[in-house]
Design a protein around this ligand. Sequence first.
Ligand code: 5GP
Length: 142
Amino acid sequence: MTSPAYDANNIFAKILKGEIPSYRIYEDEHTVAFMDVMPQAPGHTLVLPKSPSRNLLDADPSVLPNLITTVQKVAVAIQEAFDADGVYIAQFNEPAAGQTVFHLHFHIIPRHEGIALKPHSGKMEDGTVLAENAKKIIEALR
Ligand code: 5GP
C-alpha cells in the first residue's frame, strides 16, 4: 500500500499557518513545537517539520536532520522542565498504527517512575494548564 496524498487542510497545517491557535514552545526555520491539547502526561509536546508530509513514510529525507535535532532539543528541555525520570518519544504512521492527524509529528512526553500515561487523544486539557506547562519548557530551552 502507498501513502494517501497529503491533505493541506489537516489541523496541524492550519496551526502552522496560524489559522488555529496553539501553545507554541519552539520555532525555527524548519520546525515548530507546541503543546498537545490532549496530553498523555503534563508537558506532552508535539514537534513538526514546517514542510508538508503525511507522516514519516512520505517525508523528504532532507527534512529529517533538522526535525530530529529539534526533537532532541525539546526532549532535553522537557526532561529538565518536568524533572522527568525518562522521556517517551513516539511517532505513528497511518491509522492502523494510531495516527490521527496527518502531518508528520513526533510526540515527546516526560515520564515518571510508576506513573502511567493517560490514553492517546483522550481528554482536552485546560488552557491555563497548557500555558503553564509551555512556559516551563520555554524557560528550560533558554
Ligand atoms: P497522532 O495520533 O496523529 O500521532 O497524534 C495527534 C495528536 O494531536 C494527539 O495526541 C492529539 O491529542 C493531538 N491533537 C489533536 N488535535 C489537536 C489540536 O487541535 N491541537 C493540538 N495542539 N493538538 C491536537
